[in-house]
Design a protein around this ligand. Structure first.
Ligand code: FAD
Length: 440
């Protein structure tokens, strides 16, 4: 078996945004860092495919301006370039009919989606949502909270759609209301950015910071196992090609399932419990590139009776060549549905027919992804939402750290990935492998 013996202070497994961010912060501490990514390109779920001047993220991606992630990126000197998602020309779609989406006061007054009394209830809620204290609601499900607070079914349905939009989670009976409302507050307070040239710009930006700080990054490097000292602490990582890289500190910046499989006897650690409990949040994505947009003033739609989404991302950000359009559609898959079926795909196309009739004639690229993991662990009410997620430090395996959208108490989606990556780097700065090994 081939062996390489360059010992580094830390090894990062996974070259998505979490792994790259951890690498950048650790390297900035003056430590030697090696990042190993199994794919031939960096970025994981934040990759962007560029073709003929169109930039396709893996499904709809929006960066929360009030989120923790943007703050972490700024700490690394990265200012995401993009535009706020356009909120004009937005529709709510119910039973195949489009209505003005009531997001603000004007649209609330003009929409025919529901009657006066429901409008008043929604108006009152929209006016008070920022004042809600989310902490006491962490152990309550979204469904329980809606039942307690909302009397009109149609308002409840709209709120569920808006929660799907801001969290990607379509599981009101499982999701923590505290987490959902906290995310809604972020969405309503500062909105989101669609990024010019896609999320790849974040990947490239963080990679550059990490490399400048001295991190060594290798793609096409699949890690198969983490080897441990007799005292259980981290010793080295073994690659699929047989190479061995030594380090007393390893960060797994990938899925909880992978974490279990990499650690020898991982099934006897807390990792197994996290992997067992994690319910992945998935979406089906239809990504479309058009030569032109058939209907200029129809750039956003949110399904009310169906968990569908449509947004013309190029209406805000630079994602298509002059005159062209880049559109993301999605079905937020319910927890019990693993992947989209034929009817779901037809349903998304029907939404395009409703908003953008004639789109098929100007189609230049089409990609359907029946099931992608948006978040590795749905923030469950029964676990107290994000408060119940694992910590970055795996205490039973000294030297092992985890980062990703399923780790730490901070936020959801990329906010959780970036916050946990930064926290892992901070914990590593305070971790002393040698003294610990001696003590054992
Ligand atoms: C459809 C969709 C829409 C989304 N929309 C949003 C949004 O609007 N807002 C938002 O904030 N977030 C959004 N997200 C989530 C966001 O993309 C993720 O939070 C973020 O990209 C996760 O980064 P990560 O590094 O934690 O994980 P990943 O990107 O999954 O990276 C993990 C990496 O580990 C690598 N790896 C796995 N196994 C091994 C191994 N054995 N050896 C070496 N490498 C390995 C993988 O190849 C991968 O590159 C969305 C995600 C999807 C899929």
């Amino acid at each position: 078996m081939q062996t390489t013996n360059h010992k580094t202070d830390a090894i990062i497994i996974g070259g998505g945004l979490a792994g790259l961010t951890a690498a950048a912060f650790i390297a900035r501490q003056g430590k030697s860092v090696r990042l190993l990514e199994q794919a031939t390109a960096l970025g994981g779920r934040a990759r962007t495919k560029e073709q003929d001047g169109y930039f396709l993220n893996i499904g709809a991606h929006a960066l929360y301006r009030a989120g923790h992630g943007i703050a972490v990126l700024r700490e690394l000197g990265i200012e995401p370039q993009g535009k706020p998602a356009a909120t004009a020309n937005a529709y709510a779609v119910q039973h195949g009919v489009k209505y003005t989406l009531p997001g603000g006061l004007v649209s609330l007054l003009t929409t025919s989606l529901f009657g006066l009394s429901a409008k008043m209830e929604l108006g009152k809620l929209l006016g008070s949502v920022q004042k809600i204290d989310c902490q006491p609601l962490l152990k309550m499900t979204v469904r329980e909270w809606l039942k307690q607070q909302i009397s009109h079914d149609e308002v409840s349905a709209l709120l569920q759609a808006v929660i799907r939009l801001s969290t990607y989670v379509n599981a009101p009976d499982l999701m923590s209301a505290g987490v959902a409302i906290s995310q809604l507050q972020k969405a309503l307070s500062q909105g989101v950015l669609y990024l010019d040239k896609g999320w790849q710009t974040l990947v490239d930006g963080v990679r550059e910071v990490a490399v400048k700080a001295g991190a060594v990054i290798e793609t096409g490097a699949k890690v198969e196992r983490i080897e441990r000292h007799a005292d259980g602490s981290v010793k080295a990582v073994r690659l699929a090609d047989g190479r061995l890289f030594e380090s007393n500190v390893v960060v797994i910046a990938a899925s909880p399932k992978l974490a279990v499989s990499l650690v020898e006897n991982g099934e006897t650690t807390a990792l197994q419990g996290w992997a067992d409990q994690a319910i992945a949040v998935k979406a089906a994505c239809l990504d479309l590139a058009l030569k032109r947009l058939p209907v200029e003033k129809a750039t956003f739609a949110l399904g009310i009776d169906q968990p569908f989404y449509l947004s013309v991302h190029s209406a805000a950000a630079q994602l298509a060549p002059a005159g062209g359009a880049l559109i993301h559609l999605m079905k937020y898959l319910p927890a019990e549905q693993n992947e989209a079926n034929e009817a779901d795909e037809r349903g998304l196309e029907a939404l395009m027919d409703l908003l953008q009739p004639g789109w098929r004639e100007v189609l230049t690229q089409r990609r359907f992804l029946p099931s992608v993991v948006v978040m590795h662990a749905l923030p469950l009410a029964k676990q107290g939402g994000t408060q119940g997620r694992p910590e970055v430090e795996v205490k039973e395996v000294p030297g092992l750290f985890v980062a990703g959208d399923w780790v730490g108490k901070e936020g959801v989606l990329v906010d959780a990935s970036l916050a946990s990556a930064k926290l892992a780097a901070e914990k590593i700065a305070a971790y002393h492998p040698v003294s610990r090994a001696v003590a054992v």
